[in-house]
Design a protein around this ligand. Structure first.
Ligand SMILES: O=P(O)(O)OC[C@H]1O[C@H](OP(=O)(O)OP(=O)(O)O)[C@H](O)[C@@H]1O
Length: 179
């Protein structure tokens, strides 16, 4: 992973004040996808975080994970499996396996599901996402593949050290890097 990519990620990121005296700012990550250098380097950089684990499949939660996950899968020669959020769309026709997501950074209860039969006993699953806050999505996905899970690779990891260690979450940037 080059220092340049980290610098670019920092440069293309912004915090937005949504207005209305909400008292908080929201992350604007669109600058990442708009930058061709970030888009071309991101998959390899995230894949390198777990090179020694030789993952065979990347699993990512919708919706931003559907953008980042395939970049990593392509870079490391793995396949990709979508993890859908319950209630976000029309019901999926195929049989699904669902995991309860512990209360996430918004305090919402969610369920993440994958189509049955896409991950086998020989697979090594790398979870990929853009951001980890509480680790709730990562924990839910690990619970779906307790034996195959090798860890979670993200662009920004701002969860506690204890959660990072327990779920083996590795990031390119910390929350502090974006302050
Ligand atoms: O560590 P956690 O507390 O589970 O939070 C991390 C999740 O938060 C963001 O998703 P968001 O809900 O903002 O949806 P998005 O995919 O539309 O960005 C991010 O993409 C992760 O999926």
């Amino acid at each position: 992973m080059s220092v340049d990519l980290r610098d670019l990620l920092r440069a293309r990121f912004a915090w937005t004040d949504p207005g209305g005296h909400t008292g908080y700012v929201v992350s604007n990550r669109s600058g990442w996808w708009r930058d061709p250098l970030i888009l071309s380097g991101l998959g390899e950089a995230l894949g390198d975080l777990f090179k020694e684990a030789t993952p065979t499949v990347v699993v990512s939660p919708e919706v931003t994970g559907f953008l980042v996950g395939p970049l990593v899968a392509r870079a490391i020669g793995a396949g990709f499996v979508e993890a859908y959020r319950a209630g976000a769309r029309r019901p999926i026709a195929e049989p699904m396996t669902w995991a309860e997501v512990p209360s996430d950074h918004r305090g919402d209860q969610q369920h993440l599901g994958v189509r049955e039969g896409l991950v086998g006993p020989e697979d090594r699953v790398l979870v990929v996402d853009d951001w980890v806050a509480t680790g709730a999505q990562a924990a839910a996905l690990r619970s779906l593949f307790p034996d195959a899970y090798v860890g979670t690779a993200v662009i920004v990891s701002e969860c506690s050290p204890a959660v990072s260690i327990s779920l083996d979450i590795r990031g390119l940037l910390t929350g502090q890097d974006l302050m």
